[in-house]
Write a protein that binds this ligand. Structure first.
Ligand SMILES: C[S@@+](CC[C@H](N)C(=O)[O-])C[C@H]1O[C@@H](n2cnc3c(N)ncnc32)[C@H](O)[C@@H]1O
Ligand code: SF4
Length: 377
């Protein structure tokens, strides 16, 4: 059992981001303090949902504070939220408790206080080491702060990870490799590298449609992925999911819980939950979320029950992206027929297939969606 806690605040919105997050002017009266109170009432409310729905109480093995920018809340807030989660679910000894942090929102003292509050791992939104690229992404932090904050996190006893983005319009391969080298020089246990998705409705999408920025080129993305994967592997960080690399043993347990389709409870505005094949999602705006809780209602707005076919499809979609791959026996007959062709196309590892598992090659990871289509059609 895992828990995700969504913190929907950002000081400014980055031009490429369409996550459920709000700047102060967009909050319709919600404050950070009122939000923490709402979150804690949702956690208490969920105890009743578990009893009514006969969901067994299981201690949490991982908790992820995501955003938004969770580090805009005071560290003491996390101690309070973790106390409430402990009282409702229990928290396993040695649980992984991650917080996402924008590099310009933490100091050594804050990181120490987060560790004292129970956080065990921090994931920094580094994105790039190149000031020109950070400016294109509207990031507010100064790249030169990264070594200092990662060192401070380590000194506080926290595991560390950084997020990178590649394929920002006009970013060159040399600029990307400069970011990869800078991330490796930090010596973190874990790196996530995401190709930039130009989301509809974002400022970046508008700049591209006005012709101010070029559209993102798939071949450049592919070369960036190849080069990064080589560099990460040479530095001892192994891929364990298409966009994630770690020192062996330092894989994110929380991410793995999602990919295994484990159960997780999502708290906060817009958060999704997935328990026993039922999925539900909360009201998106923090004000609408607060109103429902204040009226004694569940913050959940909708739910769906996944049928066997949907669960099977999701399992293949998620498991085929991880290093351990998927048991060939789990594929349908037409999917199994595709395997020889996928090996011939260099998308799937032949040796793993002989051993009964479908594991993507580097080329396969680049074309992961196409591979999944071929094994599920
Ligand atoms: C939503 S952010 C939250 C954490 C924190 N606010 C930050 O920006 O670092 C989590 C991660 O999502 C990734 N991300 C957000 N929008 C993206 C996009 N359009 N394409 C690719 N990655 C994206 C970024 O790498 C970011 O670090
Ligand atoms: S800081 Fe993170 S969550 Fe906030 S707008 Fe930027 S990418 Fe999105």
């Amino acid at each position: 059992m895992a828990a995700y806690v969504h913190v929907p605040f950002c000081t400014v919105r980055c031009g490429y981001c369409d996550f459920n997050t709000y700047t102060s002017a967009e909050l319709r009266g919600v404050t950070r303090q009122s939000f923490i109170d709402d979150l804690c009432s949702e956690i208490q409310f969920s105890a009743g949902v578990m009893t009514d729905s006969q969901i067994p109480v299981r201690a949490l093995s991982s908790i992820f504070f995501g955003g938004g920018t969770p580090t805009l809340l005071e560290p003491a807030a996390f101690a309070r939220i973790l106390d409430d989660l402990r009282s409702v679910h229990g928290i396993e000894t040695g649980a992984e408790i991650t917080i996402e942090a924008n590099p310009d929102t933490v100091t050594p003292t804050v990181l120490q206080d987060l560790a004292s509050a129970g956080v065990t791992r921090v994931s920094f939104g580094m994105q790039s080491a190149v000031p020109r690229v950070l400016a294109l992404l509207d990031r507010s932090h100064d790249a030169t702060r990264m070594p200092e904050v990662v060192e401070a996190a380590r000194a506080a006893g926290l595991s560390t990870s950084v997020d990178l983005i590649y394929g920002t319009p006009t970013e060159t391969i040399d600029e990307w490799m400069c970011s990869v080298d800078a991330a490796l020089a930090l010596g973190t246990d874990h790196i996530s590298a995401y190709s930039l998705i130009v989301e509809e409705g974002t400022a970046m999408a508008r700049r591209i449609s006005r012709g101010e920025l070029p559209d993102v080129d798939d071949d450049t993305h592919a070369e960036m992925y190849d080069r990064a994967d080589e560099a990460f592997a040479a530095a001892g960080l192994e891929w364990y999911e298409v966009s994630n690399w770690s020192v062996p043993g330092k894989e994110s347990r929380h991410n793995q819980a999602y990919w295994r389709s484990d159960d997780w409870w999502g708290y906060g505005p817009g958060a999704h939950s997935h328990i026993g094949g039922v999925r539900w999602w909360n009201a998106k705006h923090p004000a609408a979320y607060a109103e429902r809780l204040a009226g004694g209602e569940s913050p959940a707005l909708g739910r769906e029950i996944l049928d066997d076919d949907q669960r099977h499809f999701e399992r293949i979609l998620l498991q085929s992206r991880v290093r351990a791959g998927i048991d060939l026996a789990e594929l349908g007959e037409s999917g199994r027929h595709e395997v020889a062709g996928l090996i011939a196309d260099g998308l799937v590892e032949g040796a793993a297939a002989i051993a009964g598992r479908l594991v993507m090659t580097r080329r396969g990871r680049l074309l992961a969606d196409a591979v999944v289509r071929r094994i599920t059609d």
